[in-house]
Structure formats: structure tokens, C-alpha cells
Ligand binder design. Structure first.
Ligand code: CO8
Length: 264
């Protein structure tokens, strides 16, 4: 549909698959790739709203890596203001991804370094192929993360694990990423797509409004005090009772049948 060279979007059976397509540079995140990703997210939002066509989003990288970071060659000679603007561009695109109402799953293989790891962290669920290397090597390049790594990593793995990775710049493998909670599943490389689709199939059985509500409660709640977060959760919980999904889910339980959160 759209003329995007570096990001492919396919939609099948209510599952959107976004694929980074800059294989030769290990999907290094150039300005063009970020622009294409932003454009693809816009299309996903539109197709979700207009036709309720997309319920789950998978994010993957073509070739031998998920993404090996922001494009270092492109960043090398940036001035401070332009570097800041580039960081903001990446942050805005990643936040747009995080804020999609549909659940997102990163299928990570090969390398997820720097901006690549930050992109995976903007997804709701991360699963990895065995042997994948994760890391925030920015300090080895004389900079700090600029696409959200210093903010999302501590929220996901805790401040201690995050500071260890951010300060040393060292890479970890998928097993260690699983141990610290950066990913929630590790599978052989040839099973990665199947594993992603298995989670997607599970999510398709559930109500999209409830799933969107969980996302909002978790992400909005992370910005609030516990007490304010609890108030927010209660409000969202109440909102569930104004829709069809709650009626169907609870009626099905009482009637001892499987709920039908029908896909329109
Ligand atoms: N940027 C640009 N090009 C890259 C990148 C990158 N991050 N990673 C790989 N490439 C290119 C290589 O230059 C090479 O291109 P060519 O064939 O034209 O020489 C091609 O991809 C293949 O890479 P290698 O030959 O190096 O492949 P290897 O298998 O030998 O090594 C590695 C793979 C270990 C992944 C290696 O490529 C590497 O170390 N890459 C860089 C990893 C890195 O440091 N990433 C962090 C970047 S910094 C960042 O992401 C900050 C985000 C915030 C930005 C804020 C904006 C201001």
C-alpha cells in the first residue's frame, strides 16, 4: 500500500507483522527507517480504528538481526541540537508503538543492541531466539542511550540490572536476558515465528478492550504513585462494566462455556 522501503507491513488473520528491512546494515535504525516505521504505525492505527482489522502486532527484523542499534555512521557528525532532535524522533516513534491499543510482541533474534534493544523494549512482550545478543553499548561510543533505554530498561529489569548493563555497555545472551526478565521466552531460532504466532493466537481469543485496558493500566500506572495508580486501575476496571466483553466473559463463566469475544 504505502511506499515504505525499510519497513514492511503485512496483515493476516488480524495479526499485523512489521518487519525491519535493512538487512545489510543489520537493520540499523536510520532516519529513513524510523520514518517508515512511524508511517507503518499510522497505517496500523488507521486500520484498527476503521475496520477493526488488526488485533495483535508482531515486530521482527529481516536477515540476521532484529536491529543492531541506531545508525552510527549517520550519527557520527551530528551537532548537539540535531542529535537531540534525532533522539526525540526515535523516542516519539517508539512511544507511538508502545501506545498502540493492540498488544505488541517483539520477536528478537541475532542482535538487539542500543536502539534495537530500545525498540524491543517499547513492545509489550519480548521473546528471543537462543543466542541473541542484547546490550546497550552506547557508553562504548561515548554517548548514553537516546531512544528510551535509560528510562524503559530500569522499569523492565529493575535499577540494579539496568545500571549494570548501561554502565558496562556489555552484551548479554538470551538466557541472561530471560534470567533478568528482559525477555519472557527463549526458543530455538527456527521456532521464533511459531512461538510469536502462538502468543498472538492466544491474544486473539481475548477481548481487545480488556487487552487495551491492561496496557493502559500498566503503562499509565508506572508513572503514578501506588495510590494514584490504584485509583486509575479502579476507574478502568469500572469502565469494563460498560462494555460487552465483561458481560460475555462473566456470563460464559457462569454458563460453563468458552467466552466468544467475537472478531467483527
Ligand atoms: N549503525 C550503522 N551500521 C551498522 C550498525 C549500526 N548500529 N550495526 C551494524 N552496521 C553495519 C556495519 O557497518 C556493516 O556494514 P558494511 O557491510 O557496509 O560494512 C553491516 O552492518 C554488518 O555489520 P558487521 O560487519 O559489523 O557485522 P558483524 O557480524 O561483524 O558484527 C555487530 C555485528 C556486533 C552487531 C556489529 O555490527 C556492531 O557492533 N554493530 C554496532 C552495535 C552498536 O554499537 N549499536 C549501538 C548503536 S548506538 C545506539 O543505538 C544509540 C541509540 C540512541 C540514539 C540516539 C540518537 C541521537
Amino acid at each position: 500500500m504505502a511506499n515504505r522501503e525499510l519497513v514492511d507491513l503485512q496483515v493476516e488473520n488480524h495479526i499485523a507483522t512489521l518487519t525491519l528491512k535493512r538487512e545489510k546494515q543489520l537493520n540499523a535504525l536510520s532516519q529513513q527507517l524510523l520514518t517508515d516505521l512511524n508511517d507503518a504505525l499510522g497505517e496500523i492505527e488507521q486500520r484498527m480504528e476503521q475496520q477493526d482489522e488488526i488485533r495483535v502486532v508482531l515486530l521482527t527484523g529481516a536477515g540476521r538481526a532484529f536491529a543492531a542499534g541506531a545508525d552510527i555512521a549517520q550519527m557520527k557528525d551530528l551537532s548537539a541540537p540535531v542529535a537531540e532532535a534525532f533522539a526525540r524522533l526515535g523516542q516519539q516513534v517508539f512511544s507511538r508503538l508502545e501506545q498502540l491499543a493492540a498488544p505488541t510482541i517483539a520477536l528478537v533474534h541475532g542482535y538487539a543492541l542500543g536502539g534495537g534493544m530500545e525498540l524491543a523494549m517499547a513492545c509489550d512482550i519480548r521473546i528471543a531466539a537462543e543466542g541473541t545478543k542484547f546490550g546497550q553499548p552506547e557508553v562504548t561510543l561515548g554517548v548514553i542511550p537516546g531512544f528510551g533505554g535509560s528510562q524503559r530498561l530500569p522499569r523492565i529489569v529493575g535499577q540494579g540490572n539496568a545500571l549494570h548493563l548501561l554502565l558496562t555497555g556489555d552484551s548479554i545472551d538470551a538466557a541472561e536476558a530471560y534470567r533478568i526478565g528482559l525477555v519472557t521466552q527463549v526458543v530455538p531460532l527456527d521456532e521464533l515465528t511459531t512461538a510469536g504466532h502462538k502468543i498472538a493466537a492466544r491474544l486473539l481469543e481475548l477481548g481487545p478492550t480488556a487487552l487495551a485496558g491492561v496496557k493502559r493500566a500498566v503503562y499509565e500506572g508506572a508513572e503514578l504513585s501506588l495510590e494514584a495508580g490504584l485509583v486509575y486501575e479502579a476507574a478502568r476496571f469500572g469502565m469494563c462494566f460498560a462494555g460487552d466483553e465483561q458481560r460475555e466473559g462473566m456470563t460464559a463463566f457462569v454458563e460453563r462455556r468458552k467466552p466468544q469475544f467475537a472478531i467483527s
